[in-house]
Design a binder for this molecule. Structure first.
Ligand code: NA7
Length: 546
């Protein structure tokens, strides 16, 4: 409900705004938000740290990077023309193709003229007197805008491991999310990969093809499942194009906006034979079906979860020849699907190759990185290249990187000291005129689908503000408390919330990120949209507008 807000600003005349809105980030969300705000006739500037558009797909150029969602369910859906003009060449597109796609979008909608590249935002401070945001880039340039929209990504702040000696290594080393633009050859090289999350798995299966020797340093194995990627020929693309409206309608209807949605049956409502046959079917199908389209209770019921975990463990044992290695690759501390499921293409078979070694660093921890390689508690390895696939300071990490201050100079990091608190995952009390795209507590799932909704909602709010002459939009304490409680209640009973992962805000490499938090909205995407639609239909009266 409307809270008391300061009276109309008086300093505006002497302190003109450079823009109506500043967007931080030119990834999928920032690009689309720019397009929509321009349609409202707003003066918009996007600041982007990279040299090009694409965000995640700009930065993550590591070998083997690709979609785990079907390409045609991942692209933008808002423009019929765009859907007509773009052809996907694989069911799960590789990163270079996605980056080309996003550049194509930027060209088509002439986005670059409002995007300033090589411009990292260092700070953003709310100025109450002017009801605006003062944004400073890391080169000291300053800009002011009425609204600040963060489009900074969920997994965009990469983290290096806290291992002694990282800086002493004399060979080449790369974090997967800061991969060079030039090709890196592994031919005949001794290569180390640290990390076996979704990124590590994609990297390992690619590097193993050419490396002289590949040594994988695994701390925690993950439950991986086959991607079953295929090429898309012209005929198939024509069929996909004809079905686009069905594809996107289906994404709107499913729990997490994927083409897959949970089977209504419980794991033990079928016979053991039917259960096994269903698991086999899912294991043989492309994409996230085995995770997102499995029996409805595998992520909430321990016995159901054990059944699918046991099935996948058997698959790993069948696929890996050396059973001692197979046992190391089977997760023991979490069940299937309670962490993000990496999708793979012959990942397990990599460990049957003579040039690949798996090192279990829970058994023999890495003691230090040396100038020539890696020293564990029981051996010293020499490497030409070390690849860090060690993940991100997820969800709140990119916010922490910016000195973001709201009313009375309160830092967002402080505000979220005990975990994020938001209104609909979009706004924070004390941070007027700031809207987050893919902020904490929004529905993630198939991210572009969630992005499009998020952007539409923010656009609707700004359209309303402009037409009603509103210059200050803030979440209320009640609105934030109620949404935060709701998000927390949705997390109850989810097995994934009992597990350490980026989805529960854990990162062993970042100070202060060792306690699990509820970082994501875990209800259904349709329910999320219904709630946000209702807030808009009510004239945004849950917000303080002035
Ligand atoms: P993840 O899923 O966070 O994986 C990071 C991996 O790196 C994981 O295996 C970690 O082991 C490992 N790691 C992290 N720090 C260390 C140290 N210090 N020593 C050894 N191993 C370490 O990140 P990804 O980039 O793979 O994927 C992120 C998301 O991006 C993914 O879910 C997709 O949605 C896209 P741990 O499990 O913590 O023991």
């Amino acid at each position: 409900m409307a809270a008391s807000v300061p009276s109309q600003p008086s300093v505006e005349a002497t302190s003109p705004l450079d823009y109506d809105a500043i967007i931080i980030g030119a990834g999928m969300s920032g690009m689309y938000q720019l397009h929509r705000l321009r349609e409202l006739g707003m003066r918009v500037r996007v600041f982007e740290a990279g040299t090009g558009v694409g965000g995640t797909w700009y930065w993550n150029r590591y070998p083997g990077a690709r979609f785990d969602s079907e390409s045609y369910s991942y692209g933008y859906s808002f423009s019929k023309e765009l859907l007509e003009e773009w052809d996907w060449t694989e069911h799960f597109a590789p990163q270079p193709e996605t980056l080309r796609y996003l550049n194509f979008v930027a060209d088509k909608f002439d986005l670059r003229r409002d995007i300033q590249f090589r411009s990292r935002v260092a700070s953003a401070h709310y100025d109450e007197a002017a009801r605006s945001w003062a944004v400073e880039l890391d080169d000291g340039r300053r800009h002011r805008a009425r609204f600040l929209i963060t489009a900074i990504g969920v997994l965009s702040s990469p983290t290096m491991p806290r291992i002694a000696g990282v800086e002493t290594f004399e060979g080449k080393s790369f974090h997967t999310a800061r991969w060079p633009h030039e090709a890196v050859s592994f031919e005949g090289k001794r290569v180390a990969v640290i990390g076996t999350g979704a990124t590590g798995v994609q990297t390992i299966q690619e590097v193993a093809k050419t490396a002289g020797r590949l040594t994988v340093f695994q701390r925690t194995p993950n439950w991986c499942a086959p991607l079953h990627n295929r090429k898309i020929d012209a005929q198939t693309m024509a069929k996909i194009r004809a079905e686009y409206s069905d594809i996107f309608r289906r994404c709107q209807e499913t729990f997490a906006c994927f083409l897959h949605t949970p089977d209504p049956r419980g794991t033990f409502e079928v016979t053991p034979e039917e259960r096994e046959a269903f698991f086999e079917k899912l294991y043989a199908e492309p994409g996230f079906g085995i995770w997102q389209g499995n029996f409805r209770d595998i992520l909430t019921d321990r016995k159901a979860n054990a059944a699918i975990s046991d099935f996948v463990a058997r698959k790993i044992r069948q696929r890996v020849k050396d059973q001692a290695v197979a046992e190391k690759l089977i997760p023991r501390d979490h069940g299937f699907g309670t962490r993000r499921v990496p999708l793979e293409t012959k990942y397990y078979e990599v460990y049957n190759q003579p040039n690949v070694t798996l090192v279990d660093i829970k058994a023999t921890p890495i003691e230090r990185i040396t100038p020539t390689g890696i020293k564990t508690s029981d051996a010293e390895y020499a490497f030409d290249i070390i690849i860090y696939a060690t993940g991100f300071d997820a969800i709140t990490g990119a916010f922490d990187q910016i000195d973001l201050r709201g009313v009375n100079g309160l830092r967002l990091k402080e505000r979220w000291r005990n975990g994020p608190q938001t209104y609909l995952g979009v706004m924070v009390e004390g941070f007027p005129n700031m809207m987050m795209l893919m902020g904490p507590h929004t529905a993630l799932g198939n991210i572009p689908r969630s992005i499009e909704y998020n952007v539409e909602w923010v656009t609707g709010l700004l359209r309303h503000a402009r037409s009603a002459g509103i210059t200050r939009v803030e979440a209320t304490p009640e609105g934030v408390a109620s949404w935060t409680d709701h998000v927390k209640s949705l997390g109850v009973g989810l097995l994934s919330n009992e597990i350490n992962s980026w989805m529960t805000g854990i990162n062993t490499n970042v100070e202060g990120k060792q306690t699990r938090i509820i970082a994501r909205y875990s209800g259904s995407a349709p329910a999320y949209r219904a709630r946000c639609d209702e807030a808009a239909a009510n004239g945004y009266r849950e917000l303080a507008l002035a």
